[in-house]
Design a protein around this ligand. Structure first.
Ligand code: BUP
Length: 468
C-alpha cells in the first residue's frame, strides 16, 4: 500500500493581504499528494475575505473546512485600533481552542502552517500540545522576515522595549529608524507586543515559507538561511511569487459580469480598449482609507499626467463601511472631464488580471507585499507610496531590485500635491530603464517557479520533509 499522504492544517489570519497568499499556496498544493484542512475564523472582518473563503471551498471541494468560533473579545478596550489588528488579537486570545480542533481533524493532522501574526500562540500549541511540526507561511518579504526575527535581538542589545534607532540586520541591511513599522516606537501598542512575541517564537518553528524568490531578495535569503540574522534559525523556503489559481466568482464585484459597478464601465472591458502600456493602475491596498483631501490631489495628478488610469478607490479601512458616492468623493465634474481616459471604481477588482493586462504600464501602489510580487511577476513598473506597517521595508526591496521608484518623502501625514503626483507618474511612465528592469524581474520570477527553478525546488524540499 502507498503511504497515506500528509495532512496539512492551515491556520490563516485576518486581512486579504494575509489570506490571499494562504489560498494561493493552498491552491498550488492541490496538485500534490497532500490532504488539506483550513481553519476558518468566523465571521470574517471584511466582505472580501468572506467571498474569498467561499471561492476557495467552491474551487476545491476536497479541502476541508474547520470552523473556528472565536471567544468573546471586548474590542472597546482598544478604542481606535485597526480592526484587522483587533482580529489578530482576538484570534490569539482564542488560540487555546485550536488544540482540540486540530486534534480532532480527520485524517490525523501531520503538520500545521500558520501566519506570523499568530506565531507565538500557534507554535507552542502545535509543537508542545499536539506534537506536530509547525511552519509559518510568511506573507511579507524576506527582508521583513529578517526584521521580525532580528528585532528581539536588537531590543536586547539596545536595552529597550521599542524601536529606538536604526536596525542593522546582520548580512541583510541597515534599516534607518524611519523604515520599520513606526508603531514599533510605542512599546504599549498591541502591534508592538504581538510583533515582539511572534519574533521571539518564530525561531522555534520548523520552517518558514516566504512568498518571494531568490533573484528578488538574494541577500536576505542567504543571511537568514546561513544563520547570520539569528543563529540556528529554521530553514527559510522562498516559494514565490505565489499566483492565484482560483477563479474569483463571488468577490469580483466589478468584473465583467457586473457592468457599471465602476464609473465608466467594467475595468477589464475598459482596459481592452486602451493602447498597450498606456494605463496607470492606482490602488493602495484593501486596508487603507485615503483622506478626502489627498484623494482630490491624486485625482488632479492623474488628470494632469495625461495618462490613462484605472483607480481602485478606498475611503475607509473596512470595505463594508465604504458607502460614499464617487462623485462626492472625487469632486463634481472630475469623472466627466476624464471620461474615456480614466476609470474609477470602489469595487474589488481582480488585480492579478489587471496587472497582466498589456494596457497597464505602471502601478502606483502602497507597496503591500502581495501587490509587489504581482507587479514583479507580470513585469509592471511601480511607483511606490507606502502607507504604513511593513511597506517602507518593502519599498526598499522594490527600489533596490530596480523595477520601481520609491517616493521616500511622500508620506500620508502631509499632503502630496497633484502637480507632483502628475509629474512623477509621467516621468516613470517614460522611464525605459525601469521598464527594462521590470521585464527582467518578471523573467526571473517565471524561471523561479518553473520546473527546476529556485522556488520550485524549495517547494519540493518543503514537501519532502512532510511525514504522514
Ligand atoms: Br484593493 C484590491 N483587488 O481591488 P497587499 C486588492 N486586491 O485583487 P494589503 C485585489 O489584494 P497590507 C482589489 O492583488 C493583493 O493580492 C491584491 O495585498 C488584492 O496589501 C491583495 O498588496 C492586497 O499585501 O495591505 O493587504 O492591502 O500590506 O497591510 O497587508
Amino acid at each position: 500500500d502507498a503511504p497515506a499522504p500528509p495532512h496539512l492544517v492551515f491556520v490563516p489570519s485576518a486581512g486579504m493581504g494575509h489570506l490571499l497568499p494562504f489560498t494561493r499556496f493552498i491552491a498550488d498544493l492541490a496538485n500534490e499528494n497532500v490532504e488539506i484542512s483550513v481553519v476558518t475564523a468566523l465571521p470574517t472582518v471584511s466582505a472580501a475575505e468572506a467571498a474569498h473563503f467561499a471561492d476557495l471551498f467552491a474551487a476545491f471541494p476536497r479541502i476541508r473546512r474547520i470552523d473556528f468560533n472565536l471567544l468573546p473579545f471586548d474590542e472597546s478596550a482598544f478604542p481606535g485600533a485597526d480592526p484587522f489588528l483587533l482580529r489578530w488579537e482576538s484570534l490569539r486570545r482564542s488560540a487555546q481552542l485550536l488544540g482540540p480542533l486540530i486534534a480532532a481533524a480527520v485524517p490525523r493532522a501531520s503538520a500545521v502552517v500558520t501566519d506570523v501574526t499568530l506565531a507565538s500562540q500557534v507554535i507552542p500549541i502545535a509543537k508542545d500540545e499536539l506534537n506536530l511540526p509547525c511552519h509559518i507561511l510568511f506573507i511579507s518579504c524576506a527582508t521583513m522576515l529578517s526584521l521580525v526575527a532580528y528585532f528581539p535581538v536588537y531590543l536586547d542589545g539596545a536595552k529597550a522595549d521599542h524601536l529606538v534607532g536604526d536596525v542593522d540586520i546582520p548580512g541583510v541591511l541597515r534599516l534607518p529608524v524611519s523604515s520599520p513599522p513606526q508603531v514599533l516606537r510605542n512599546p504599549d501598542s498591541l502591534f508592538t507586543k504581538q510583533f515582539i512575541a511572534n519574533g521571539r517564537t518564530i525561531a522555534k518553528s520548523d520552517g518558514i515559507l516566504v512568498n518571494t524568490f531568490r533573484a528578488l531578495e538574494p541577500e536576505a535569503l542567504s543571511a537568514l538561511n546561513s544563520g547570520k540574522v539569528v543563529p540556528g534559525f529554521p530553514p527559510v523556503y522562498a516559494v514565490g511569487p505565489l499566483k492565484s489559481s482560483i477563479t474569483m466568482t463571488t468577490s469580483t464585484g466589478s468584473s465583467d459580469k457586473d457592468e457599471g459597478a465602476a464609473a465608466g464601465g467594467s475595468p477589464m472591458a475598459w482596459l481592452g480598449e486602451q493602447p498597450a502600456g498606456s494605463v496607470v493602475y492606482v490602488a493602495f491596498g484593501n486596508r487603507h482609507g485615503v483622506s478626502l483631501e489627498q484623494i482630490r490631489e491624486i485625482a488632479a495628478g492623474l488628470e494632469a499626467s495625461g495618462c490613462g488610469f484605472l483607480w481602485v478607490l478606498k475611503t475607509t479601512v473596512v470595505d463594508r463601511e465604504d458607502t460614499a458616492e464617487l462623485e462626492d468623493v472625487l469632486g463634481r465634474g472630475f469623472l466627466g472631464r476624464v471620461t474615456g481616459r480614466g476609470l474609477v471604481t470602489k469595487e474589488w477588482v481582480d488585480q492579478e488580471a489587471v496587472l497582466q493586462h498589456p494596457a497597464v504600464g505602471l502601478y502606483l501602489s502602497h507597496a503591500g507585499w502581495n501587490s509587489v510580487t504581482e507587479s514583479a511577476a507580470y513585469g509592471v513598473p511601480m511607483l511606490v507610496w507606502p502607507t504604513a506597517g511593513d511597506q517602507r521595508v518593502i519599498a526598499t526591496v522594490v527600489a533596490s531590485a530596480g523595477f520601481g521608484l520609491w517616493m521616500e518623502h511622500w508620506d500620508w501625514e502631509s499632503l502630496v500635491s497633484g502637480a507632483e503626483i502628475g509629474e512623477k507618474v509621467k516621468e516613470v511612465m517614460g522611464n525605459e530603464g525601469i521598464k527594462a528592469r521590470a521585464a527582467k524581474v518578471s523573467e526571473e520570477a517565471a524561471k523561479a517557479v518553473a520546473e527546476g527553478g529556485s522556488s520550485h525546488r524549495s517547494m519540493q524540499e518543503f514537501l519532502a520533509k512532510l511525514k504522514p
